[in-house]
Design a protein around this ligand. Structure first.
Ligand SMILES: Nc1ncnc2c1ncn2[C@@H]1O[C@H](COP(=O)(O)OP(=O)(O)O)[C@@H](O)[C@H]1O
Ligand SMILES: [Mg+2]
Length: 357
């Protein structure tokens, strides 16, 4: 089976490629910055370094929010023929905190009270009634960079004026006092395969490792794991990280992360997360291929065409199993094979005579 990992080439992505290579026959590391989607032409026009992107059994696409729309397009074009652990819409949902909070709401996933504000007036009106401190967030920030704490109406008001300069909607969220602690959970399929407790550094409320947070091993209770898995499902993600605040009211989901870094969590837990991801991708791809074959068989009319790439064993063409099944040609059949440049025809003409002893 063939797999591709689309990414920005981080160390975490390289770890996953190395683990995928232990399972898949071939693995291509694709640089997301060299991909291009062409619409308005016949068929699928995904170009990589200017040439058509080959077919894969599995494509795992990672990348920052800058590439969300591109990856959504690629996923929409390829998820019928390749197993992709992130649904097309999840690229835009997961990279936007507003859309993620909406999905949590639709699926009854507990989250902090969050308001979306699009204007300075709206924001200023809201903070008049707020109890401080409050959190303000950019919808697409990561590593804690778009998260701000305002401890009074004055500081909130000046933050709103600054945010207005960016001409972007922003979030106003209740501050959950956890002593700077949050939980990072890595969800792979129906499991939380690794988790850590992160504690914000001194003078800091953000627990992100990039903001100086420290991680430690933690055993999560089942309730928190369930919430993490539900958040991933709600956003259409088979693989992701989920950030959760352990509040007095129970676990509250902050966000999902589509391309979580693996270095921190692997170091803290000693769990080979890249291997868990690769194993899951391999198993899901096998299952996906099985279902796809069944669907193709069901749809197959006597004259139906099968599109796709061919397998080769050295110089020999190995035809897909669906061809054997649809043609009902058996090993002991006599056939005529016609081949010319770019075309092969196989026709059954009868049974092969048994070779006399
Ligand atoms: N509502 C909140 N109450 C308390 N702490 C918060 C809240 N929102 C975020 N934080 C802190 O800020 C960090 C970053 O927030 P998060 O929403 O995960 O954004 P990012 O995408 O930047 O990681 C969290 O890990 C948490 O420590
Ligand atoms: Mg986060």
């Amino acid at each position: 089976m063939k797999a591709a990992l689309i990414s920005l080439g981080s160390i975490s992505s390289r770890w996953i490629v190395d683990e995928l290579k232990k399972k898949f026959d071939t693995v291509d590391a694709i640089d997301v910055t060299e991909l291009e989607v062409r619409l308005g032409e016949r068929g699928d026009a995904i170009l990589y370094k200017g040439k058509p992107l080959p077919s894969y059994d599995c494509i795992y696409a990672r990348g920052s929010f800058r590439y969300a729309t591109l990856l959504r397009a690629i996923s929409a074009l390829r998820s019928k023929e390749s197993y992709m652990p992130l649904r097309p819409a999840s690229f835009t949902i997961g990279h936007d905190k507003v859309l993620s909070h909406l999905k949590f709401q639709e699926n009854n996933i507990p989250q902090p009270k969050t308001h979306l504000v699009a204007t300075v007036e709206g924001g200023k009106h809201l903070i008049k009634e707020a109890s401080f401190p409050i959190i303000m967030k950019m919808p697409s920030g990561t590593h804690g960079k778009g998260v701000m704490l305002a401890d009074s109406q004055e500081s909130a008001s000046s933050l709103i004026d600054t945010l207005a300069l960016l001409k972007q909607p922003f979030l106003i969220q209740e501050y959950i006092d956890t002593d700077g602690v949050d939980y990072r959970c890595i969800v792979v399929g129906e499991e939380v395969v690794a988790s850590m407790k992160r504690t914000a550094g001194k003078g800091e409320k953000r627990a992100n490792i990039h903001s100086g947070g420290k991680g430690e091993k933690i055993i999560l209770d089942e309730k928190i794991k369930k919430v993490a898995i539900a958040a991933a499902r709600a956003c259409g993600l088979d693989i992701c990280a989920v950030d959760i605040l352990p509040s007095l009211k129970g676990p509250l989901v902050l966000e999902v992360n589509l391309s979580p870094g693996l270095q921190g969590i692997t170091g803290v837990t000693g769990i080979n997360v890249a291997e868990k991801i690769a194993k899951y991708l391999f198993e899901q791809t096998e299952a996906f291929k099985g279902i796809r074959k069944e669907e193709m068989l069901k749809q197959l009319q006597p004259e139906q065409e099968i599109h796709g790439a061919l397998d080769f064993r050295g110089n020999r063409i190995l035809l897909p199993e669906v061809v054997t099944m649809a043609s009902k040609i058996r090993e002991d059949d006599e056939v005529i094979l016609k081949a010319k440049k770019g075309k092969v025809e196989i026709e059954k003409v009868g049974k092969r005579e048994k070779v006399k002893e």
